[in-house]
Design a protein around this ligand. Structure first.
Ligand code: XMP
Length: 326
């Protein structure tokens, strides 16, 4: 009989057998897979695990706190937080091409993660310990997609540690390799991982960096975060979270249109709501959200975010449109 308790007991035994008394590191992204993988390894080997969270400044409102506070409080993991917000903004300055932005974010992520990992390896070495293992939240569908070979995990480019230098080679610990997403969620809940993390909708590694159409700047990030959190609040309030696959909010930062807000003419930016329904993100349909929910989101965003004077709805399926705009 499948139940999360059995999976946890089984994986805890396997992780202990694989890891022994070596040290382990894990990169946390704030998403469900890396969080549940880390929580499982923590349950198995406790303080032998150190997690690394790279704050690249491209997360949504509340997400860094979910990792730094709620996840730590509920699991007791050792967490190293790297505040790399300035570094990412500097690296992204002046860039508008989507693939270039993705590459820059991926490259900086690896640099920062590498530095943090090297620091952990060196600190452990001073105590005569060896950091031999790296946790990955690889799921069964990733294994199948990549041909199923051992260690052939389909690691998203921004988390790709395959390119780590020679002095940083790790063996992978992949406790979710046999699980589907809904099973990972059940295991996460059983382990006490916060619901906001367990039920988080997919969010791209490059984060808000690919939801600002145009150059990424601090001001634009703040505007997008303010609009995004309103959309998320209202979708949650309407009880729609589990019906929607995800709902990117996109800032058309280089587009302006005329509006009237308060007593004055404005010349602000549009945001796009992109609610989609999907099974696997390979194809998607636009979600027919109730008009009253759309109206509330639109009114709130234009009232509460002064830089935004227009809210538009994306009614394109995938294909031809991708889910993200970049
Ligand atoms: P698209 O836009 O290709 O997105 O229809 C499909 C799914 O993948 C997510 N996505 C990404 N995830 N790194 C990621 O980790 C990326 O660069 C990336 N681009 C898109 C997207 O949010 C959707 O769930």
């Amino acid at each position: 009989d499948w139940n999360p308790g059995n999976v946890i007991a089984d994986q805890v035994a396997r992780i202990r057998a694989q890891v022994g008394d070596a040290r382990v590191i894990c990169g946390l992204s704030g998403g469900v897979d890396s969080s549940v993988a880390a929580a499982l390894v923590q349950k198995a080997v406790g303080d032998q695990l150190t997690c690394v969270f790279v704050d690249h400044g491209l997360l949504r409102t509340g997400e860094a706190e979910q990792v730094e506070q709620d996840f730590v409080a509920s699991t007791g993991v050792n967490l190293v937080v790297v505040d790399a917000r300035e570094q990412f903004l500097t690296a992204l300055a002046g860039h508008t091409d989507p693939e270039t932005k993705r590459k820059i974010i991926g490259r900086e992520f690896i640099r920062v993660f590498e530095d943090a990992a090297r620091g952990i390896v060196e600190a452990a070495g001073e105590h005569g310990e060896e950091v031999k293992f790296l946790v990955q939240g690889t799921l069964y569908p990733d294994v199948v997609e990549s041909g199923g070979g051992e260690g052939a995990a389909n690691i998203k480019s921004h988390h790709n540690v395959g390119g780590l230098p020679d002095d940083l080679q790790f063996e992978l610990v992949e406790p979710l390799r046999a699980l589907f997403k809904d099973e990972v969620r059940a295991v996460g809940l059983e382990l006490g991982v916060p619901e906001a993390i367990v039920w988080r909708q997919p969010f791209p590694g490059p984060g808000l960096g690919i939801r600002i159409i145009g150059e990424v700047t601090q001001e634009r990030l703040d505007v997008l975060r303010a609009a995004d959190v309103i959309a998320r609040e209202e979708l949650t309030r309407a009880g729609l979270d589990r019906e929607i696959w995800q709902c990117p909010v996109v800032l058309l930062a280089d587009v302006r249109s005329v509006g009237v807000q308060g007593d004055g003419r404005t010349y602000g930016h549009p945001v796009v709501l992109r609610p989609v329904s999907s099974e696997d993100a390979m194809t998607a349909d636009w979600t027919r959200l109730p008009y009253d929910v759309l109206a509330t989101i639109s009114t709130r965003i234009t009232n509460e975010v002064p830089e935004v004077n227009r809210v538009v709805l994306d009614v394109t399926s995938k294909p031809p449109g991708t889910i993200e705009w970049e």
